[in-house]
Design a protein around this ligand. Sequence first.
Ligand code: NAP
Ligand code: GDD
Length: 364
Amino acid sequence: MKKNVALITGVTGQDGSYLSEFLLSKGYEVHGLIRRSSVDFRERIAHLEGTPHFHLHYADMNDSMSLVKLVGLVQPTEIYNLAAQSHVQVSFDAPEFTADVDAVGVLRILEAVRTNHLEGTCRIYQASTSELYGKVEEVPQNEQTPFHPYSPYAVAKLYGYWIIKEYREAYNMFCCSGILFNHESERRGETFVTRKITLAAARIAQGKQEKLYLGNLSSLRDWGYAKDYVECMWLILQNEKPEDFVIATGVQHSVREFCYLAFKHAGIELEFQGEGENEKGIDKKTGKVLVEVSPDFYRPTDVVNLWGDPSKAKRELGWNPAKTSFEELVAIMVKHDMEKVAAEHVASVMRTNLAEYLEKGVVK
Ligand code: NAP
Ligand code: GDD
């Protein structure tokens, strides 16, 4: 039997790391695309390096030649195109780079497959997004809901969505978009709102940070657990027909609710008072203001009402959107960050002690 060979772009990211683990557990040969950087960003996949069937290759989503060569070398049976400039707020500051990676990058992958004559054998998953619904036109959102992208990131991703659909129809390729709603984890990038909150709650609870500054507290999201969502990426490519799917939990919460629950897990009960820029999260026990609003985190246009309807994925892929609840997700993230902050404290005390001992000549 022919071996399943996966190529993952964005392998160093949150989803890429979980997907690698998932595919390795299914017996795949996994190849990951990494790009050169002056510091090592391979923390999330460090535990996989050196294991059999896991290989890393240098290339870049901005460099067609590197993609053509890589696809030719790996001869993948499945490609998971997860690489992206994935931060919505950053896309307002770097819109051209975002378009190059998130829009044209998708085209480059499709053309790399065609150039290597693999369009009949290689299935392609495109990491699409609920941001396509943007300034939402209905709630909850499903596969039929009209798109209204509301950031340079979302506009770039809309191109990715349509070019996938176009190549599916024009060249009969098995390529699909997973329209994923927000999914988080203990591996989430530290500037996305959930991780920013869980890390701050842990630091504040352990006396390492005074205050947390956030933007729009009323923004609503459908948050799931990234580990559950990577299974769906795989299921989409195992489906009989190439189709697009909404992946979400079907449950919606505000940033404020996430914040309240995260602090509660860290042992602090917050009470929110005031409105808009004057809203504050106050420690009920001490009366100290721990959360404040800063307009620095407002976006020129913000997506404020994402709520997914995962019925199609449930019905046709047999995927369970309720595997990890919102409450469990917050608990997992806070537990991880409480331990991380405590470990950083121990390491810093040890470093200070060692420096002192060295200075006093106690150790050489
Ligand atoms: P992430 O943690 O930000 O990871 C992004 C990945 O893309 C990283 O591995 C990054 O590499 C890579 N990348 C960026 N620019 C690149 C380039 N020019 N060449 C090669 N690689 C490049 O994102 P994520 O949360 O795992 O999300 C995975 C994908 O799903 C993204 O496409 C995102 O837009 C999409 N998505 C995410 C969510 C969500 O809630 N997480 C929801 C819907 C859709 P470095 O490590 O070198 O920076
Ligand atoms: N990042 C951030 N930082 N967001 C904040 C903050 C803050 O301090 N305060 C409030 N927010 C609000 C944002 O305005 C937004 O409405 C919401 O919290 C979520 O922001 P993010 O966590 O940055 O995620 P996102 O929804 O913009 O984008 C993520 O999900 C998309 C899927 O809907 C990313 O993972 C995208 O790549 C993904 O496509």
